[in-house]
Design a protein. Sequence first.
Length: 148
Amino acid sequence: MSVPDLVAGLAARHGLRVKDPVVLHDSYNMRIHLRPHPVVARVATVTSVGRPRPAEALAREVSVASFLAAGGAPVVSPTDLMPPDPFSHAGLDASFWQFVRHDADSPAFLAARRLQGILWTLAKPKVFPEFAGRAQAVFEEWLNEHPA
């Protein structure tokens, strides 16, 4: 059975009848639009090789995104059509998010991509070790205050 079919089956157990699962992206994680619902499954595929506990990483992402969304940040939120915690099923780990159509030509999308590149560059320990260390400390502090 394919990954999209397995995820569609998991969603069906939670009341979402998926008629046409569409793979939006397949790289380190597979992202699958669970059409006709406004839901995207994020499935740890290649990342599960490098992360011994991918469900924990997915739980942190859900926690961070939920926190940011509650504060009004312009982030994609976990869907409210499924329970918020990540799922482990048939050897797969997945989380479920709101579907947001991306306009790659929009000024906001282009600005976000540029900002992402700047932050990734700054976070590299060899570029600005004090920034990378401080970013890690702030993130760990937040995780301690907001356990998944």
